[in-house]
Design a protein around this ligand. Structure first.
Ligand code: ADP
Length: 213
């Protein structure tokens, strides 16, 4: 199907970073439902925006109801859900935004594919494990989903009737039963700072030296 597609000449990721004066990356939040992914993603997004960085959050609200509204929760559909999100997040990151993807993403293999997709083109991918014990998230149950899953009303619910494979070596490991939302968002922010992902590129030369390839 892709045989007839030709790539147009474009700026490289590095050249775009210089012009935008910002590095793009994907911050990928994975964890059980109600572990705190969306809440932390919102706070992180606002923190970064207030500091002047371009950040954008991808989550169930803007993906599951739009781009992926044709997908369900079978293993194949979850794989496809994450594949599409990975591609979209990579595009945001390539545009030099800090893309914050907050999805259960229960399978290691899918998250590793997302990482590989980014790494292939030199875009940083930061995996954040938003961790809390099942008892804690089930007690939170802000949308009543665990109750419905236990009652068998919702099938294939992660942690109850579908598997969750935790990251073995996440870049950031948050324990939301032990730390506040603000502490969690700040820990991700500090990780980005420490790894020079938020460093403004001061050698901005306008269009000098920038060529289309
Ligand atoms: P997810 O996106 O992982 O499904 P949400 O962010 O939608 O989870 O919901 C998590 C719920 O847990 C929210 O109601 C939030 O206020 C609550 N919560 C309590 N403590 C924390 C914490 N330390 N970090 C994140 N969320 C927390």
């Amino acid at each position: 199907m892709t045989g007839n597609i030709t790539w147009h000449p474009n700026l490289t990721y590095e050249e775009r970073q210089k012009l935008r004066n910002q590095r793009g990356c994907t911050v990928w939040l994975t964890g059980l439902s109600a572990s705190g992914k969306s809440t932390i993603a919102c706070v992180l997004e606002q923190l970064l925006l207030k500091k002047g960085y371009n950040a954008y959050r991808l989550d169930g609200d803007n993906i599951r109801f739009g781009l992926n509204k044709d997908l369900g929760f079978s293993e194949a559909d979850r794989n496809e859900n994450i594949r599409r999100i990975s591609e979209v997040s990579k595009l945001f990151a390539e545009s030099c935004a800090i893309s914050i993807a907050a999805f259960i993403s229960p399978y290691v293999a899918d998250r590793e594919k997302a990482r590989a997709l980014h790494n292939e083109v030199g875009i940083p991918f930061i995996e954040v494990f938003v961790d809390a014990p099942l008892e804690v998230v089930e007690a939170r149950d802000p949308k009543g989903l665990y109750e419905k899953a236990r009652a068998g009303i919702i099938k294939q619910f992660t942690g109850i009737s579908a598997p969750y494979e935790p990251p073995e070596i996440p870049d950031v490991h948050l324990k939301t039963d032990l730390e506040s939302v603000e502490q969690s968002a700040d820990r991700i922010y500090q990780h980005l700072l420490k790894h020079n992902l938020l460093r403004p590129l001061n050698d901005k030369n306008g269009l000098n030296g920038i060529q289309c390839h």
